[in-house]
Design a protein around this ligand. Structure first.
Ligand code: ATP
Ligand code: MG
Length: 383
């Protein structure tokens, strides 16, 4: 029987999940999103919306009453409320998985306990504690807010002893942890899926390039040797087995200078670095997530063609409405705008995928082409 899907969050990830759901009417009859922004992106592609804060208890209960199955596109949802609902509605990934992942300290502890490699870390309970523990790793060290962090906003790189107090004050009132700096050669990720029956599938490793802590470009596949790629796959699978959650997970990793692979963090949801799968794979990460939470057999994850994904961010000092973005027509070039009414600096407005349909496998040329395409994107005020 076809089900009503509830999604906490109706931004671009909720939008692309909704689009995938609309292609599976035999399994999903309707999509409802819970999001505080009126006319959020998911509504533009046919989702119904409950307008409320992601953590609003009554709204989450309402969503669960209207849905047969609940999932989320953000990790900052209210896991306590979700946990109390478990049993009345199917929630995937499970609230207990979410509870572990949404606290970076509990997440890292969980990974370490499962022999999955991560950077050294400790919890921080007070300023005195921080002053003491920073001696463990020395400077620089990374002070991190344990919860509700995104785009690097929860991180403070403590460069010297004089910055310790400033770093602590910046996160006043929040739970903290301290992490050893990883001198990585590359940031990579693996999008992994586990369905409710325990079947696991992983996409090939991709390379992520950040600018000001925001993902700028994903290169599929990552330019790493076979050993690194296999190790990343092994770690991703082991993580999925340990976590027991159903759904798609974005597993962010560091490759160290000596080719070791460490997990940086896990997102319990579809992930920006998986957007290339919309064109590069037989199964997009969005369809895969739905297949996983519905208990369907997982789709194929092979990379059919090399692909570059570029995020389109709101330009600096641009606020408000904008003339719709168009790109040159080009074989293998796919633009996806998120239909957000207003742009603002660094806001994720859309992305494009540049697919190597002729299988030249010339990554350097593809990157150069993607950079050129990106330069041609200009946000203009409507006249
Ligand atoms: P996101 O950018 O995924 O929303 P976030 O705000 O939760 O994430 P992290 O992913 O923990 O933050 O860190 C953001 C970036 O900071 C990483 O992509 C990496 O470049 C850098 N970083 C984080 N932890 C470390 C570390 N221990 N050593 C070196 N660099 C780090
Ligand atoms: Mg991150």
């Amino acid at each position: 029987m076809s089900k009503v899907l509830g999604i906490i969050g109706g931004g671009q990830l909720g939008m692309m999940l909704t689009e995938a759901a609309k292609k599976m009417p035999e399994h999903i009859s309707d999509v409802i999103v819970l999001d505080p922004t009126e006319n959020c992106p998911a509504t533009k592609v046919g989702a119904k919306q409950i307008i409320a804060d992601f953590k609003d208890k009554n709204a989450i209960v309402e969503l669960s009453l209207q849905s047969d199955i609940v999932t989320y596109e953000i990790e900052s949802g209210n896991s306590e409320v979700l946990e109390s609902l478990n049993g009345t509605v199917v929630i995937n990934p499970s609230p207990s998985t979410l509870r572990i992942i949404q606290d970076k300290y509990l997440q890292k502890k969980f990974l370490r306990e499962n022999q999955i490699p991560v950077a050294d870390f400790v919890s921080v309970e007070s300023i005195a504690d921080l002053k003491e523990k920073i001696k463990l790793f020395g400077c620089p060290s990374m002070l991190k807010a344990r919860r509700d962090a995104y785009d690097g906003h929860g991180n403070f790189r403590v460069e010297n002893d004089d910055q310790v107090l400033q770093a602590y004050e910046q996160f006043r009132g929040r739970w903290l942890m301290l992490e050893k700096i990883v001198n990585f050669q590359m940031e990579v990720s693996v999008i992994a899926a586990r369905n409710t029956k325990g079947q696991i599938a992983t996409y090939p490793i991709v390379e992520n390039i950040h600018e000001e802590n925001i993902l700028k470009m994903t290169i599929a596949p990552a330019r790493v040797n076979r050993k690194v790629s296999e190790e990343a796959q092994r770690i991703a699978k082991k993580t999925m087995e340990a976590l027991h959650g159903a759904g798609v997970f974005g597993i962010e990793m560091f490759v160290t200078q000596d080719d070791k692979v460490l997990i940086n963090e896990i997102a319990p949801r579809v992930h920006n670095s998986g957007h290339h799968t919309l064109q590069s794979s037989a199964t997009s990460q969005f369809e895969q997530h739905l297949r996983a939470i519905l208990g369907l057999e997982l789709g194929k994850t092979d990379l059919l063609h090399y692909t570059i994904m570029c995020n389109i961010l709101g330009p600096s000092v641009f606020y408000g409405t904008y003339v719709p973005i168009e790109l040159q027509q080009k074989e293998g070039l796919y633009l996806k705008m998120y239909q957000k009414d207003e742009a603002k600096p660094q806001r994720k407005m859309g992305h494009f995928n540049l697919v190597d349909i002729n299988d030249t496998k010339d990554i350097v040329r593809l990157i150069r082409e993607a950079e050129e395409i990106k330069k041609s994107i200009i946000f203009r005020k409507p006249t």
